[in-house]
Design a protein around this ligand. Structure first.
Ligand code: HEM
Length: 497
């Protein structure tokens, strides 16, 4: 990796070029941004940015400057939003539904065409329209049976090898998505489809983290001929892998459709033609990318949320006991929980909301960008301003939550429940998470099944200290030890395939 002094030198040159070349109209127009720390000439607030976990720094700045903070880096304006109401208002319309360019992960590695990274436009609207047909609140019921089966398989795997709960969760999350998206049943964690997808996503996730590659700060570097810079090597290998991840499972579905063995899936439903796409090639391109994005967006977020669930239970035995008692009274011990139990499990539903609030897995969501000059109250933001919702600080704000550090599902049950985290952890406005309904269902059935089957406790009855969290785009707890013991003798038998 290039060392920081060279990075800053290159950044300084690129900023000068940018300032010299930008159109006069932009330079002379009068924009009014919210308050923020003083920006240095050329560099702006570059040095305010820590190397990781920006959400803590943004929260600190919020205490000084208020609920909207303005920063700038190399001529690019950034506004960080610390209030749920303002994030909703500002990110609600299509005028702020663009995405900033992700040069490395998006343009160079080829993921920029995915639903999550692509800018606002016709192709993004098509993605959203077709995905809605198979991810709406009604449509996701088609995955219920498969999700129930995967929950039983997960429980069974935990019985067999409770120590490797993290790997089991990772594999089950991947397998469930493969099944839902492509109708592919992956037998083992070494399955090629899962391996390729995980390796590709590791690469992409690394590439998205700001500061990983110099080309994100200095986009003109992308025009350099190949001279073996670290980002160029990463692109050379990564781009091929992205194609493999998108094409292989999609071709599998096409082959199975031809020989009549395709299982129902997200991809198959889209190919069944409810969507009106003109050419087969165009249709295949759009559907294959919609499918691959789903896999990419679901894996890490679901895994991180389920790990937070395990941690919260090991740290809060009283809450776990209460949730188990509710499940036992509704489900009993003779069968596993299913979706029809859900309306009668209010405490479990509140517990899931609390897991998503207590440790948000995407602490800064995914940034939006203004498509045009945008007026908000007294501010006028220029086209291209990046808008970042500080979801982490919303989840910790005493304005919304009493004792926000405390894990307490009751906060969503009492009269006058506190702010519903499902209203912000899945994002805002037209870019809200496409897989929200699928994710909530999966969290419900996995959480209810694990609570029904196991007692999750610290090892040797010692308290589990709060683990460190990964510092990437998705924030997940680093491995921690805990003891997972079946609650009753029927668990193994009832979860046999
Ligand atoms: C607990 C699990 C999950 C969380 C917390 C989560 C959260 C988010 C957030 C914050 C965004 C950005 C929204 C915005 O820009 O305002 C997003 C986007 C997205 N999510 Fe999720 N997500 C989860 C699971 C899933 C699953 C299971 C899928 C697919 C099956 C999925 C598919 C997507 C897609 C495709 C986008 C891009 C939407 C767009 O840019 O138009 N997510 N998600």
């Amino acid at each position: 990796m290039i060392d920081n002094s060279i990075l800053y030198l290159i950044l300084a040159c690129s900023t000068l070029i940018f300032l010299a070349l930008r159109p006069l109209s932009v330079a002379s127009k009068r924009f009014i941004y919210p308050p923020g720390p003083r920006a240095l000439p050329l560099f702006g607030n570059l040095f305010e940015f820590p190397t990781s976990r920006w959400w803590f720094k943004f929260t600190e700045l919020g205490e000084k400057f208020g609920i909207l903070i303005h920063l700038s880096v190399a001529g690019r304006h950034i506004v960080v939003i610390k209030s749920q109401e303002i994030a909703k208002e500002l990110l609600e319309g299509t005028s702020t539904a663009d995405r900033p360019p992700f040069v490395m992960a998006g343009e160079l590695m080829g993921f920029g065409i995915s639903i999550a990274f692509i800018g606002y436009g016709e192709r993004w609207r098509t993605y959203r329209r077709i995905s809605h047909q198979v991810m709406s609140i009604t449509a996701v019921q088609m995955y219920h049976e498969m999700q129930e089966k995967e929950a039983r398989r997960l429980v069974h795997a935990f019985v067999k090898d409770p120590q490797s709960y993290r790997e089991q969760l990772r594999f089950t999350v991947g397998r469930t998505i493969m099944d839902a998206i492509y109708g592919i049943d992956c037998a083992t964690p070494d399955d090629t489809y899962i391996k390729v997808a995980e390796a590709t996503l590791d690469n992409i996730t690394h590439a998205i983290i700001p500061g990983s590659f110099v080309v994100d700060a200095v986009p003109w570097l992308k025009y350099l001929p190949y001279i073996g810079l670290p980002f160029q090597k990463h692109v050379r290998d990564g781009r091929k892998q992205v194609q493999l991840m998108v094409q292989r499972p999609f071709q599998h579905v096409l082959r199975n459709r031809e020989n009549g063995t395709a299982k129902p899936s997200f991809t198959s439903s889209l190919l069944d033609g409810e969507i009106r796409l003109r050419e087969t090639a165009e249709r295949n391109d759009i559907v294959s990318w919609a499918a691959a994005t789903m896999y990419g967006a679901a894996g890490e977020t679901m895994l991180a949320t389920l790990l937070n669930f395990i941690l919260s239970m090991a740290q809060n035995p009283g809450i776990q006991q209460k949730a188990f008692a509710e499940i036992e009274s509704v489900v009993g011990r003779q069968r596993c929980p299913n979706f029809s139990d859900q309306p009668r499990l209010p405490y479990v539903n509140a517990l899931i909301k609390e897991v998503t609030r207590w440790r948000v897995v995407l602490p800064l969501g995914i940034p939006h960008m203004c498509r045009d000059d945008t007026q908000y109250k007294d501010y006028i933001l220029s086209k291209g301003t990046i808008l970042i919702p500080n979801v982490w600080s919303i989840s910790r704000d005493p304005v919304y939550y009493k004792d926000p550090q405390v894990f307490n599902p009751e906060r969503f049950l009492e009269e006058g429940p506190e702010l519903d985290p499902f209203g912000f952890v899945f994002g805002f406005g037209p870019r809200t998470c496409v897989g929200k309904n699928f994710a909530i269902n999966q969290l419900y059935i996995f959480v209810a099944s694990l609570l029904w089957a196991f007692e999750i406790a610290p090892v040797d009855n010692k308290e589990i200290p709060n683990p460190a969290y990964s510092s990437g785009f998705v924030s997940a707890p680093v491995p921690f030890l805990c003891k997972i013991t079946p609650r009753h003798s029927g668990v193994e038998e009832l979860t046999k395939d």
